[in-house]
Design a protein around this ligand. Structure first.
Ligand code: GRF
Length: 223
């Protein structure tokens, strides 16, 4: 087996996606294609830090408030990521905008999960905006990060049917459940070498693996 992909997971809060990654790839996981080399938070009080510590993972806090500029903060996190030996960066509820310099340095080695079917609903309050727009399907997206917020080549998406009477909370909870399956799935595809970027599209594993491995479909019996 090839050496595992060493990743840094960046968080700011609750860390439920981090937990899904720990469950899939943490120290307890056998033959994991991914190794979590670092969990970094910009907030000292992020509950996700406890999840990481409990799993025995290396953690670092780089408090953005201690830096004058975004550039200085990004240089500091870049240093920590490299010091931990990570070669890939996973944003999991990381609530800081990254500089062009950082995004360029980590191009195609930097992924994010967004709680909507991009390119619809980039930004915040995605569930509320989806309900307001009256869409029938909503979901989540894992994508490579580009400079514009919540943009970049799409790797995998999960689909959630909107139900009559859904609220921001009920819809958001179902989307989050799919995120917890989607992020480990997408990261595994990357770590195993099944994802490449051509132009500004992410191509996954040739025609035969698509779409079953990158689309969680609520209409399918296994979803
Ligand atoms: C998730 O909804 C994710 O899609 C978004 O931020 C939220 C993070 O939640 N980017 P958690 O901290 O992983 O629980």
């Amino acid at each position: 087996m090839a050496a595992p992909l060493k990743v840094a997971v960046l968080i700011s809060g609750r860390g439920s996606n981090l937990q899904a990654l720990i469950d899939a790839f943490g120290p307890e996981a056998a033959d994991s294609p991914v190794k979590i080399a670092l969990v970094l938070s910009n907030r000292p009080d992020a509950p996700g830090l406890e999840r990481a510590a409990k799993a025995g993972l290396k953690t670092e806090i780089v408090d953005h408030k201690a830096f004058q500029t975004r550039e200085d903060f990004d240089v500091a996190i870049d240093r920590e990521i490299r010091a931990a030996g990570a070669e890939f960066v996973v944003l999991a509820g990381f609530m800081r905008l990254l500089t062009a310099q950082f995004v360029t340095t980590w191009k195609d080695k930097l992924v994010n999960i967004h709680p909507a079917l991009l390119p619809s609903f980039p930004g915040l309050d995605t569930h509320q905006r989806a309900l307001q727009a009256g869409v029938r399907f909503h979901g989540a997206t894992v994508h490579f990060v580009r400079h514009e917020t919540d943009s970049g080549p799409i790797i995998a998406q999960s689909l959630v049917a909107v139900r009559p009477g859904d609220t921001e909370e009920t819809l958001g909870a179902r989307v989050l459940q799919t995120e917890h399956r989607l992020y480990p799935l997408a990261l595994r595809l990357i770590a195993e070498g099944h994802v490449r970027v051509e132009g500004e599209r992410a191509i996954v594993g040739g025609q035969t693996r698509y779409p079953e491995n990158v689309l969680l479909n609520p209409m399918s019996p296994t979803a």
